[in-house]
Design a protein around this ligand. Structure first.
Ligand code: ADP
Length: 273
């Protein structure tokens, strides 16, 4: 009798523990849901008025409202720069929230990597010229196609390119290379910039983290770009990594399954992340 009573108590205890765990799980799920909704609401509520603030500043900057007095120009310049900074932080937060909530829908179509790289490079060339950095493109030439959401892939390329430019110095060059690996394709963004110390991978791909904390003030950024980029790439069945040497430069590379004619491209597929 004693043994079975003991056994029964043990059983009751375990049941109780399981119930507690289940309740804890439910509470965590509810808290995550609230966090996600909160982030989404706050971001939207911030984004809308900010868009009109930036719009107003742009009107001033473009001279549409008449000549701005010389002494006001620096103030308006600083407000514009910080307005754009805030906007990109909010956009990153919205992206993260959508990725976490599984709300990002990727519209998958065959993408020609050379073509996509050319488009991404074109959109950053103005900035590169301004800061005196040469951007070189080395195409794959053979057919290097993969399935992806074009606008998200451009976002990925823009993040890698803007980092490469941000961490380079005047006179340096950035090379974007597309390689055919047979069943995979690889896109590399090489810079001759400051480089990244060993053991910093978690910080590089983490959230709100920058390898050098003084970067936030020096070169700007939110520390979210590569985290978002990694999630987008991985949800395309791709990989992202880098090699780097301090003072020499960094090479970031992404890889995807290469589409071949026999591979059966399914145009227009949708993938909910
Ligand atoms: P941020 O918006 O701050 O640039 P990212 O997530 O894009 O955020 O990058 C995170 C950090 O990784 C950067 O702050 C920087 O410390 C490091 N990093 C990224 N790309 C490079 C690069 N090409 N050269 C040197 N450091 C880099």
């Amino acid at each position: 009798v004693d043994i079975s009573a003991k056994f029964y108590r043990g059983y009751q205890d375990r049941l109780h523990q399981m119930k507690l765990l289940e309740e804890e799980n439910e509470r965590t799920k509810a808290a995550l849901e609230i966090k996600s909704q909160f982030l989404s609401t706050v971001s939207h509520e911030l984004r809308t008025p900010l868009t009109s603030i930036i719009g107003g500043l742009d009107l001033l900057n473009n001279g549409v409202l008449g000549e701005v007095p010389e002494n006001l120009k620096p103030v308006i310049g600083i407000a514009t720069k910080n307005g754009h900074r805030l906007a990109s932080l909010i956009d990153d937060l919205l992206d993260l929230q959508k990725i976490e909530a599984g709300e990002i829908v990727f519209h998958l179509k065959p993408i020609d990597a050379d073509d996509m790289v050319a488009e991404a490079v074109e959109s950053t060339i103005g900035y590169a010229n301004k800061v005196g950095i040469q951007v070189v493109t080395v195409p794959c030439v053979e057919e290097c196609r993969f399935m992806g959401d074009r606008s998200r892939m451009i976002q990925v390329m823009n993040n890698l390119l803007s980092n490469a430019l941000k961490f380079s110095s005047q006179g340096g060059s950035v090379t974007v290379r597309v390689e055919n690996l047979g069943t995979r394709i690889r896109i590399l963004v090489e810079d001759e910039g400051v480089g990244i110390p060993n053991g910093a991978k978690d910080r590089v791909f983490g959230r709100f983290s920058q390898v050098d904390s003084s970067d936030i003030r020096k070169v700007g950024g939110t520390g979210l770009g590569l985290n978002i980029t990694k999630q987008i790439v991985e949800r395309h069945n791709g990989t992202i990594d880098y090699v780097s040497e301090l003072g020499v430069g960094s090479t970031f590379f992404i890889e995807f399954d290469r589409l071949t004619d026999t591979g059966g491209a399914c145009a227009g597929a949708e993938l909910v992340a």
